[in-house]
Design a protein around this ligand. Sequence first.
Ligand code: NAP
Length: 319
Amino acid sequence: MPEIRNVIIIGSGPAGLTSAIYTARANLAPLLIEGEPSSTSDQPGGQLMLTTEVENFPGWPDGIMGPELMMKFREQALRFGTEIVTRKVSKVDLSARPFKVWIGDTDAPEPTHLAHSVIVSTGARSLMLGLEEETRLLGHGLSTCATCDGFFFRDHDIAVVGGGDSAIEEALFLTKFAKTVTLVHRRDELRASKIMQDRLFANEKIRFAWNSTVSAIQGGQTVEGVTLTDTITGEERPLAVTGVFVAIGHRPNTDLFAGQLTTDENGYLVTHNGSLTNIEGVFACGDVQDHVYRQAITAAGSGCMAAIDCERWLEANHH
Ligand code: NAP
């Protein structure tokens, strides 16, 4: 059997790496399983790896590129003795202690790692439209976060895709910067709450493209326009925008924990008293348990909370 670690951290965005820095500095010799490279946010470093300039992370007055920021988090975690494994966790068993973690073959009788405690920081991913050009243009006129990127779109004409509360919230926020904001929705009725709809309809910068989907995004280096397809007639028409915000929902990365950790109705892990989950010794931080703030700085803050909660729990349980 493998040795029993004090703590295994699953996920390496701002939350996971911050909990690594704190647990490493508390002499807990954390093992961080960071994931494997891919073109989605579900990769080492998390969602910031798909971002360009980050201007709102305190301490970087001139801004920093998302991937560079995550490299610095990682360097800092390594500096204090975090062990990092560049693989994906394939299975966990949190039903008994020590907790069991598998990498690779899920049928292997023996787990790959054992731990007294686990910090879950697997993040969330923004749902995307599924267009080929999305990967290329993400961070170059295409965004999934108005709070993060709205500032870069001063006086632009922007499209926001979606009809839920997130889309309305993003659209309203973007009116502070944009010349116009066109809400592109696949039906003729919004899903968002009435109060949000009222605010939207009252805003003179908002335009509507009802019964429409974005079927193509034009642009080589940056967004130069989109093609809308009418969901009823199938007709195509151009929309002249230089920014596109996709706000069709998020999915927390919680499949690994199904049936073990409690989730809310949208699949986010439920935490209480800071970062505690329904299983003693298992902590959660970052976007996997936060559908409200979703910022790198709040994820990092909750990673710190999880590390401190974990350290105290280990101490109280004589590990
Ligand atoms: P949501 O409520 O699931 O809405 C997603 C929207 O995107 C829907 O309008 C949906 O269209 C559309 N959509 C989904 N897939 C699409 C696709 N492939 N192409 C085009 N459109 C697509 O997600 P959300 O807005 O992120 O909200 C999630 C939860 O958080 C909700 O419970 C919401 O109330 C809550 N929330 C609350 C606030 C607030 O109160 N301030 C803010 C944000 C979120 P259809 O309508 O046709 O299904």
